[in-house]
Ligand binder design. Structure first.
Ligand SMILES: [Zn+2]
Length: 387
């Protein structure tokens, strides 16, 4: 990398830190969702920093995440000192010749991607058309830049249903990776357990430090990769099969960045699992002309699906049980949340202004619509299920 390019990247790192901090200062104690912080702080970032428009947006999002984490831990106002910058597909371009072009505060900088000698996971993803580069991070330490490439499967272009669609809601979590509004449960225990086993093995083997230990570790990593990928494909297939069975033209998830933050027990690994699962579902759903949307998941775990009463103590966390303080309805809490996610599309989906016309959400035993309330499948002229 030329000295000029290195200077440009260092300047970007400084402006990024300043931008994140400005956004936090502005939003601290005021708001914490990405859209709110962006609305509040974007103009100021554009005026007072040299960040380009998209990096200003990303910095407000990074600030929102930091505020949310601090609030959850009841911590003090976040300070941005870490020399890292977030990139997305609008601020970076990855080329076939293993170079990447990055937006800076001035001209773009093009650098070589140095991959690990054995190619690492990055090569596998770069060579696989099922994956495309996604959110990534630039780190600057001890005079060296490191770039962590993120990957996702390309989102298929599916037109959103315009009227009368039925939506399947999906709640993501740790104990249950996914639960649908039709009460299909996909346990997440084994995914977490196998990952923990791998982490323990890594700690042991890294302490050993021999060449054969490194090989054993790599093999175990590949085994875990295969297991996770296979499991996520199975769950994605089953979720889409569920949507088909219930005649849904739309599958709704809680917005991933928010969903992971609302789950205290979720780790970076779980965030990664959610991201992969959503991609796989989008991919499979597209084959059946089913659209996938993300809705704001806030309060979906606190709201009673039966009467709408929303309260943090509506949950009995020890028993994964939702118990409404007002109408005393009870259900598995993930199932209740999945129903609320579906209902959010029906009633006041964020996409409704764009003409999203979901008008019913699929539940285990019937459809719920805003006007008519609950209708059992048995009473519908065309029941999606024969049983
Ligand atoms: Zn209730």
């Amino acid at each position: 990398m030329s000295p000029t390019d290195a200077t440009r990247l260092r300047e970007l790192v400084e402006e990024w830190k300043r931008g994140c901090q400005l956004a936090v200062n502005e939003a601290w104690g005021v708001c914490h969702t990405r859209s709110e912080v962006q609305q509040l702080a974007y103009d100021r970032l554009r005026e007072e920093t040299d960040l380009g428009s998209q990096h200003a947006v990303l910095a407000t999002h990074r600030a929102a995440e930091a505020i949310k984490r601090a609030r959850d831990g009841e911590g003090s106002k976040p300070q941005f000192t870490s020399p890292t910058v977030a990139f997305d597909t609008r601020t970076m371009t990855v080329f076939d010749d293993r170079t990447v072009s990055l937006t800076t505060t001035g001209e773009r900088v093009r650098c070589d991607l140095k991959l690990p000698d054995d190619g690492g996971y990055q090569s596998q993803y770069l060579d696989d058309e099922e994956w495309e580069p996604a959110k990534s991070t630039l780190h600057y330490r001890d005079g060296e830049f490191t770039f962590h490439l993120g990957f996702r499967t390309p989102s298929p272009d599916i037109d959103l249903p315009t009227e009368g669609a039925t939506v399947l809601g999906v709640d993501l979590g740790v104990e249950n990776l996914a639960v649908t509004s039709t009460a299909e449960f996909f346990p997440g225990g084994e995914l977490t357990h196998r990952r923990e086993e791998f982490e323990a093995l890594r700690t042991d083997l890294e302490a050993t430090g021999t060449r054969s230990a490194a090989r054993t570790l790599r093999q175990a990593g590949n085994r875990l990769d295969r297991f996770v990928r296979q499991r996520l494909h199975e769950v994605a297939n089953d979720i889409v099969a569920e949507a088909v069975e219930y005649d849904c033209e739309l599958v709704a998830f809680g917005e991933l960045s928010e969903a992971a933050e609302l789950l205290p027990e979720a780790t970076a690994y779980h965030e990664w699992l959610f991201d992969r699962l959503l991609s796989f579902v989008e991919y499979r759903a597209a084959e059946r002309d089913i659209a996938v949307v993300e809705v704001n998941p806030e309060y979906t775990s606190q709201r009673c699906m039966e009467c709408g009463f929303t309260h943090p103590q509506n949950r009995n966390l020890d028993e994964s049980q939702f118990e409404c303080l007002k109408c005393e309805a009870s259900a598995h809490d993930d199932y209740n949340a999945a129903k609320n996610i579906a209902f959010r599309c029906v009633r006041r989906g964020p996409l409704s202004s764009r003409g999203l016309g979901a008008s019913a959400c699929a539940l285990q035993s019937g459809l719920v619509t805003p006007d008519d309330g609950f209708t059992p499948y048995a009473e519908l002229s065309e029941a999606p299920r024969s049983d």
